[in-house]
Design a protein around this ligand. Structure first.
Ligand SMILES: Cc1cc2nc3c(=O)[nH]c(=O)nc-3n(C[C@H](O)[C@H](O)[C@H](O)COP(=O)(O)OP(=O)(O)OC[C@H]3O[C@@H](n4cnc5c(N)ncnc54)[C@H](O)[C@@H]3O)c2cc1C
Length: 430
């Protein structure tokens, strides 16, 4: 079969890899070569690459780990036990293990115990359907108590989902707790995984394998998808028009419906799916700023919700002694701050950073980048299973495999890989 894949992120490349390994003629499209890996892409630093957006995987991420192995990159996987923290009430506290939780002064002792139990018990819950009708707020208040909800979780939900935070389903937060609980071999230790040179190394390798299998890449924006009278699907770019037996679209559904005519009923379904966007600032510093890897900011006035000092997770000589820090903010793409100039975002982010680390000075940043991603986090609302779009679209032979269809799990490279592989198999009737 001749199959076109739109999108060279984790989903598209995993689908392309699967199809080309099975001998299908595979052509992948993305807007430019620098988009290889999609939002899991990377930029060069020192003698290597660094992810545009911070990134790690979990010990339970079986699908991506098996793809890494198949791609021959297993020896490049690193597993590290990081030091995490939480910034709350104007102070930074360690927040890595049960002792940190017991010592955490921001909420009372009973609340701390309830929070710990909520994380630990989440992995034993299997019937997510029972949680579909309750909000994350209701679930958190029930499991972890009102004090910790008011003090911590309401701020964190708000910082991820902004004005949609009260609509988020209990399934979403249960999943987050479940994931964190299941990455601990024992209570004290959480291991996070990183691929040396960034996960981009996996995507680069998949692209090489696809090419080796006879697959092709077209780095041009797809301008139009056209169903043909014989059931085939045409893809139009500035470089021309090519016809396929089947096409898989792997970006967000609201982008798909701009490329092709769909019935109103489908457009209505697509309009229900919302995403939060992300602004991520990468700072390159000449010195270590802290000894934390991941700091969650539970303060409403903070312009960013996460401080991630990547080089406290990954020590790589190829960074040439540079220290890499990410500052991340989730936001609506319609918010004027999302379109603010890079300079303005830098100014706002860096003016807050000394609150966390009083020794930090903007002069510590030797270089910086701002990356924006519009479709960063689907808003998983109540009874979300009713909103999840099927892989088949109303147009025969045009399929969709995108981030917002991952459910009850949340977005993540592991699930993108799994979705790409399963979508490809479904298209060829396996
Ligand atoms: C801030 C942030 C942090 C994250 N952290 C982690 C993490 O730590 N660990 C983890 O596992 N996951 C993480 N994720 C999630 C993970 O990155 C995603 O789940 C995964 O990369 C999604 O891949 P995808 O292929 O589905 O989508 P994308 O990567 O978005 O790929 C879609 C591709 O389609 C292309 N495209 C769109 N329209 C067109 C068109 N008209 N023509 C041609 N091409 C087009 C786009 O350019 C893009 O490359 C994070 C995500 C974000 C936003």
């Amino acid at each position: 079969m001749k199959i076109g894949i739109i999108g060279c992120g984790a989903t598209g490349l995993s689908a392309g890899y699967t199809l080309s390994q099975k001998g299908h003629e595979t052509v992948l499209y993305d807007t430019s070569e620098s988009e290889l890996g999609g939002i899991a892409g990377a930029v060069p630093i020192g003698r290597t690459y660094i992810d545009k957006f911070y990134r790690h995987i979990f010990t339970s991420d079986a699908e991506i780990l098996s793809l890494i192995q198949e791609a021959g990159l297993n020896s490049e996987m690193m597993w590290i036990e990081p030091k995490n923290g939480m910034y709350i009430d104007g102070k930074l506290y360690p927040f890595t293990n049960p002792i940190d939780l017991i010592m955490f002064p921001a909420v009372g002792f009973i609340s701390r115990i309830r929070m710990g139990l909520a994380v630990l018990s989440a992995k034993y819950v299997t019937d997510y359907k029972a949680m579909e009708g309750i909000t994350a707020k209701e679930w958190l208040v029930k499991k972890a108590g009102k004090q910790s909800y008011d003090k911590i979780w309401s701020t964190l939900l708000h910082s991820k989902f902004d004005k949609d935070s009260d609509k988020v389903s209990g399934v979403w937060i249960w999943n987050k707790f479940k994931l964190r609980g299941s990455t601990r071999q024992n209570l004290n230790k959480e291991s996070l995984g990183y691929l040396r040179g960034g996960f981009f190394q996996l995507y680069k390798k998949l692209a090489e394998i696809i090419k080796g299998n006879g697959g092709r890449f077209v780095f041009e924006s797809v301008a139009r998808i056209s169903p043909e009278a014989d059931g085939k699907i045409g893809i139009e770019t500035a470089r021309g028009y090519e016809v396929y037996d089947k096409v898989l679209f792997t970006a967000a559904a609201d982008l798909l419906v701009q490329l092709c005519n769909f019935p109103n009923e489908y457009l209505e379904k697509v309009s229900k799916i919302k995403h939060k966007s992300n602004i991520c600032m990468t700072l390159v510093a000449d010195r270590q700023i802290s000894d934390f890897y991941w700091v969650t900011i539970a303060e409403r006035d903070s312009p960013f919700v996460l401080y991630i000092e990547h080089t406290n997770l990954v020590k790589d000589e190829a960074y040439d002694g540079k220290h890499i820090i990410y500052l991340s903010r989730y936001i609506d793409s319609s918010d004027p701050f999302f379109s603010a100039s890079d300079e303005e975002i830098k100014r706002v982010f860096l003016s807050y950073l000394p609150k966390l680390f009083p020794g930090f000075s903007p002069k510590d940043a030797s270089s910086w980048h701002i990356f924006r991603s519009v479709h960063s986090q689907p808003v998983v609302g109540l009874r979300y299973s009713d909103d999840v779009l099927p892989q088949e679209t109303p147009i025969a032979n045009l399929h969709l495999a995108s981030m917002a269809q991952i459910y009850p799990e949340d977005r993540g490279q592991n699930y993108a890989v799994a979705k790409g592989i399963s979508a490809a198999k479904k298209m060829i009737g396996e």
